[in-house]
Design a protein around this ligand. Structure first.
Ligand SMILES: Cc1cc2nc3c(=O)[nH]c(=O)nc-3n(C[C@H](O)[C@H](O)[C@H](O)COP(=O)(O)O)c2cc1C
Length: 382
């Protein structure tokens, strides 16, 4: 990886390097809980289809992605994070997956570090790129972030929990809905609202749908935990009791209202099976940060290319095994939800029983109750 011009170190730049170091160290440890493990597919031994029949492409944010996978928002703003961005961009280009930038705010405030973000587009000129800004930024800033990257879409992150624990956090949340409305009103690309690892509730999903937001990345609990990361940056480490705050991506998908923006899922995705699980619960595409960050730090862009290609191959194999000719068809697979997620759903009044019998409701090509499953068109074609 070639070196970026070294930007001036500032408190914000130091924070960016801290985030990478702490998030990567955290991901090495086994997780406190793995919400995706609460979801299992019912095995139907004669339900499979030929792997050749599987088309992994999906319609997302007005574009066709060749697979339902993306590298989610992480970093930029320092020499080291610029190198990471270059590696992520090369991996995205070589595997044709979509790629989200880390928050561009630091470059809006200090143009001398813009190159550490622009590299995402320079190395990946034809890929689908999402720019990322915090919800408190102005509509003008959001447009500048999109322009900087020639981005195809804009992620607006909501991170109230992180700001609460971050030593230098801004706990001024009252204006956030107004700010989002202004960003959406003037954006020239589709807007995605995303959490940073604490989940989007149905109440939030409805609210942002009403504001005209195109996509929602539920970015749930169970992977990178920014309470843990920011608490490690506090001298007194005094917010440790908040570790584990929020809803998992699985819980968010299970209780997402019909009137949601296009659903994207992330947070704690560790395997291709997790991707299939999220797709089965209604996500159009699935984002990965912590797992891919570890791969890039350990092995550079080549290791990430290998890992993403492996995931794409495995995902195709899992779709064939489950009888799904396309990712959206997984939303007709029979799934069982157990454990803490089932308990959460009971408390929130979400009926899980129909999920376990979805394939039987669909007529099949070969007459059986559990043949090839068909796409649930209603949600995915909106
Ligand atoms: C080092 C690091 C930096 C991150 N920075 C951002 C950011 O700038 N903007 C954002 O929206 N999310 C950011 N995230 C959050 C991720 O996009 C994602 O929502 C979260 O990490 C959960 O996914 P994971 O469990 O796959 O890591 C960051 C994550 C990591 C690991």
């Amino acid at each position: 990886m070639s070196a970026e011009p070294v930007p001036a170190e500032s408190a914000s730049a130091e924070r960016k390097d801290d985030h990478v170091r702490l998030a990567a160290a955290q991901y090495e440890r086994s997780p406190a809980d793995e919400p995706f493990a609460d979801v299992s597919f019912v095995h139907h031994a004669l339900a499979g289809i030929d792997e050749d029949l599987v088309d992994l492409s999906v319609q997302v944010l007005g574009a066709r992605w060749s697979s339902p996978l993306y590298i989610n928002a992480m970093t930029g703003g320092t020499a080291e994070t610029g190198r990471i961005n270059r590696a992520l961009a090369i991996a995205a280009r070589e595997t044709s997956v979509a790629l989200a930038s880390g928050s561009v705010s630091i470059a809006l405030d200090d143009p001398s570090v813009a190159g550490t973000f622009r590299v995402l587009r320079e190395e990946n000129p034809d890929g689908f790129v999402l720019a990322n800004v915090g919800i408190e930024r102005s509509a003008d800033d959001a447009r500048r972030a999109v322009d900087l990257l020639g981005a195809d879409a804009l992620q607006v992150h909501v991170n109230a929990v992180q700001e609460t624990v971050m030593p230098e956090g801004r706990r001024a949340f009252s204006s956030w809905q107004r700010s989002l409305a202004a960003i959406v009103a003037s954006a020239e690309v589709p807007v995605v609202v995303k959490e940073v690892g604490f989940g989007l509730s149905p109440e939030t999903l409805t609210l942002i749908a009403d504001l005209g937001v195109t996509g929602a990345d539920v970015a749930g609990r169970g992977g990178t935990d920014f309470v843990r990361v920011e608490n490690a940056r506090r001298a007194a480490h005094d917010y440790d009791y908040l570790i584990g705050w929020g809803q998992s991506a699985v819980a968010c998908l299970l209780e997402a209202p019909e009137r949601s923006p296009q659903l994207l899922a992330s947070g704690g995705v560790r395997t291709p099976l997790d991707v299939a699980r999220a797709l089965a619960l209604g996500a159009r595409a699935v984002g990965v940060s912590g797992t891919f960050l570890r791969v890039v730090l350990d092995g550079g862009p080549d290791a990430l290319v290998t890992r993403i290609r492996q995931w794409q191959e495995h995902l195709r194999a899992l779709c064939a095994l489950l009888g799904a000719p396309e990712p959206a068809a997984l939303a007709r697979a029979d799934v069982i939800v157990r454990g803490a997620t089932a308990e959460y759903c009971r408390a929130r009044g979400v009926n899980l029983a129909p999920l376990a019998h979805r394939s039987a409701a669909v007529p099949t090509d070969h007459g059986g109750a559990h043949g090839q499953i068909h796409a649930e068109r209603s949600r995915h074609d909106r």
